[in-house]
Design a binder for this molecule. Structure first.
Ligand SMILES: [Fe+2]
Length: 158
C-alpha cells in the first residue's frame, strides 16, 4: 500500500475513483474533526448559536464518513484509516483552539470549500469511469459542504 494510505495508485479510471474517494474520506474526516473541536472550544457572545450549529454540522459530516468508506469497500478497495493515513491524504490542517470565533468560522469555511472541491473532482472522475453511484455520492457531499459553508458565512455576516 502506498504511503498515502490508498490501496491503489491512480493508474486507471477506477483507480482515479478509488483515490478520489480516499481523499474525500480524509478531507471529510479532517473537516469533521475540526468542526467537533470548535464545538468544544468556541467562545464569544454567540456561543449558543455557534456551539449548536457546529454540532449539527459535525453530526452530518460524521454520518457521511461511513457512507464514503463503505463505497470504497463496495468497489473492492480498502478504506484508509488512522490519523497518519488521513494526514497524508488531506491538505486540511488541524483547528486552532486558541483563536476567536471569527477565526474558527473562517477556518471552517475554508475547510468546507476544500472538501467541496475534492468532491467536485470525484464527480468528474466517477462520471469518466461510468460509476454513477460514486458520482451521486460525491455530488451529495459537494452540496452538503457548500451548504455548511453558506450557513457559516451567514452566521458570521454580522
Ligand atoms: Fe457537545
Amino acid at each position: 500500500m502506498p504511503a498515502d494510505g490508498s490501496s491503489k495508485t491512480k493508474a486507471s479510471p477506477k483507480g482515479d475513483v478509488a483515490a478520489g474517494l480516499s481523499k474525500l474520506l480524509a478531507d471529510g474526516y479532517a473537516a469533521y474533526l475540526k468542526t467537533h473541536g470548535y464545538h468544544w472550544n468556541v467562545r464569544g457572545p454567540n456561543f449558543s448559536g455557534l456551539h449548536a450549529l457546529f454540532m449539527a454540522q459535525y453530526t452530518e459530516q460524521w454520518a457521511a464518513l461511513d457512507v464514503i468508506a463503505e463505497r470504497l469497500r463496495a468497489l473492492g478497495e480498502l478504506a484508509p484509516q488512522g490519523y497518519s493515513a488521513f494526514a497524508n491524504l488531506s491538505s486540511i490542517r488541524d483547528g486552532d483552539p486558541t483563536q476567536d470565533w471569527k477565526g474558527m468560522v473562517a477556518d471552517l469555511i475554508d475547510g468546507h470549500e476544500t472538501v467541496a472541491k475534492t468532491a467536485a473532482g470525484l464527480v468528474e472522475a466517477a462520471e469518466a469511469a461510468g460509476d454513477a453511484p460514486t458520482a451521486d455520492l460525491a455530488t451529495q457531499r459537494q452540496a452538503a459542504h457548500e451548504k455548511h459553508a453558506w450557513m457559516l458565512r451567514a452566521l458570521a455576516d454580522t
